[in-house]
Design a protein around this ligand. Structure first.
Ligand code: SDX
Length: 428
């Protein structure tokens, strides 16, 4: 017997099934609500709405748990690597040794871009924000890769997925090179994913480039921590764009655009700029006061989360990685880290943040690491987009492969004018 809930209105009863997943909250299936009651649900911001069923990622916000296909982010970040996590997100299982080698090879041999795409960059100003370039270049990929945009062909969907995962580091690195006036670096097939990205970003044609293994490991771990995160705003954007049948490159470009917002992926850039603006620990109380002031739009960037009402498990790993990288680079006394740790301490002991369950999120420490490695703040969200691409394409594939999927088309509560007759201009 399916569990049900009953809605009683003006003496009329309507029942709706309650569906259970593997773990986590059950859902009330309201797909027949309008047909049975003539009412819509109302949930701006989707605080209590499940938009789909998915087997990819599970978050328990109260317990601070993040699982990818059942594996904990804490274990994946330490025991696994980004290519394995990509395979896991796409196929549902960790690869065996042979599968891993084949997968990495397939990704490696898709890292080059069509040579004409390089000319796109010359159309941008040198000071163009890398996220503006990413939106434009990724959206334009469908103009070059016509053989992988038939979304009804599973093989083409996978080719497009590999192309997107493989080419995002190249596109992001080229955006950085263009901004500093250095020549583009081609991908090197003998390098790992993270090392290849670092050499395309920081290498120059004049001399060999060898990335520090500690930095490579940190980069790879940062990619893992950003890979996927359930139905967040940008992933929901990718799913909604994909539900219309738009090609995968257009869908990922839409996800990049959404991620750019400072309330979402843009928070890593905003968080570091905030730490720079605070500057020294003695100025923290003023910013905490502003964050609590309802009349002040200022918020502590890198704090709070729609789902995590406990510590973001990614922030813990990011903080550990932050100390590793700063130690390796002899920057353990980095003033921004001192400010960040003092801000975290103050906020976590302040009644406002305790009451509202505001904890550091994935964006709070990442910027300190990325700046220490040498990335400008404008590149931080581009790195988030690079890493999140695998989550976007995994979620997009899951949706397209679902035979029951249909175009997403929310309704509304209309609060405008009822019908009124048109008035000619000479009578207004
Ligand atoms: C990401 O969804 C995901 O999974 C996203 C992400 C992913 O991996 O995809 O995890 C990545 O986007 C992380 C979040 C990065 N954003 C920031 O760090 C920006 C700062 N944080 C806030 O903008 C905010 O916390 C959000 C947007 C993250 C969450 O907003 P919600 O869930 O809509 O919560 P809210 O705005 O309703 O806040 C609840 C209360 C409010 O106070 P009241 O109106 O109840 O009095 O908490 C307050 C807010 O004013 N609040 C903050 C705050 N965040 C929330 N107050 C001060 N500083 C903050 N950072």
């Amino acid at each position: 017997m399916t569990e049900q809930v009953k809605l009683v209105e003006s003496g009329k009863e309507s029942t709706f099934p309650v569906l259970s997943g593997t773990v986590g909250p059950k859902v009330i299936d309201v797909r027949q609500l309008y047909a049975k009651t003539g009412h819509f649900t109302y949930d701006p911001g989707f605080t209590s709405t499940a938009s789909c069923d998915s087997a990819i990622t599970y978050i328990d916000g109260d317990e601070g748990v993040l699982l990818h296909r059942g594996y904990s982010i804490d274990e994946l970040a330490v025991e696994s690597d980004f290519m394995e996590v990509c395979y896991l997100l796409l196929y549902g299982e960790l690869p065996n040794a042979k599968q891993k080698v084949e997968f990495e090879r397939s990704v490696t041999y898709h890292t080059m871009l069509h040579e004409q795409i390089a000319t796109f960059y010359r159309g941008f100003r040198r000071d163009a924000h890398p996220m503006a370039i990413m939106c434009g270049v990724v959206g334009a990929l469908s103009a070059f890769y016509h053989d992988s945009i038939d979304i009804n062909d599973e093989r083409q969907r996978m080719i497009a997925s590999f192309r997107l995962i493989a080419k995002m580091p190249t596109i992001a690195a080229m955006a950085y090179k263009y901004s500093v006036g250095q020549p583009f670096q081609y991908p090197q097939n003998n390098l790992s994913y993270a090392e290849n990205f670092l050499q395309m970003t920081f290498g120059v044609p004049c001399e060999p480039y060898k990335a520090d293994p500690v930095i490579v490991r940190a980069m790879d771990r940062i990619f893992i921590l950003h890979a996927d995160h359930e139905q967040n705003a940008s992933t929901s954007t990718v799913r909604l764009a994909g539900s219309s049948g738009a090609n995968p490159f257009a869908c990922i470009a839409a996800g990049i655009a959404c991620l750019w917002g400072p309330a979402h992926g843009g928070a890593n850039e905003a968080a570091l700029n905030m730490l720079k603006e605070i500057g020294t620990p003695d100025r923290i109380p003023e910013y905490v006061r502003r964050a609590k002031d309802k009349d002040d739009p200022f918020r502590l960037m890198g704090f709070g989360h729609r789902v995590y009402k406990n510590y973001d498990p990614r922030a813990k790993v990011m903080q550990q990685t932050c100390h590793e990288v700063l130690d390796k680079l002899n920057k353990r006394d980095e003033p921004l880290l001192q400010v960040a740790m003092e801000l975290e301490h103050i906020a976590l002991n302040d009644s406002y943040f305790i009451e509202k369950k505001l904890y550091p999120n994935v964006d709070f420490y990442s910027g300190i690491i990325l700046q220490a490695i040498g990335f400008p703040t404008t590149m931080f969200t581009a790195l988030f987009a690079l890493a999140r691409t695998v989550g976007w394409v995994a979620q997009w594939n899951e949706m397209i492969a679902d035979p029951s999927q249909k175009i997403g088309r929310p309704r509304q509560l209309y609060t405008g004018q009822p019908y009124r007759k048109f008035v000619p201009v000479d009578q207004r």
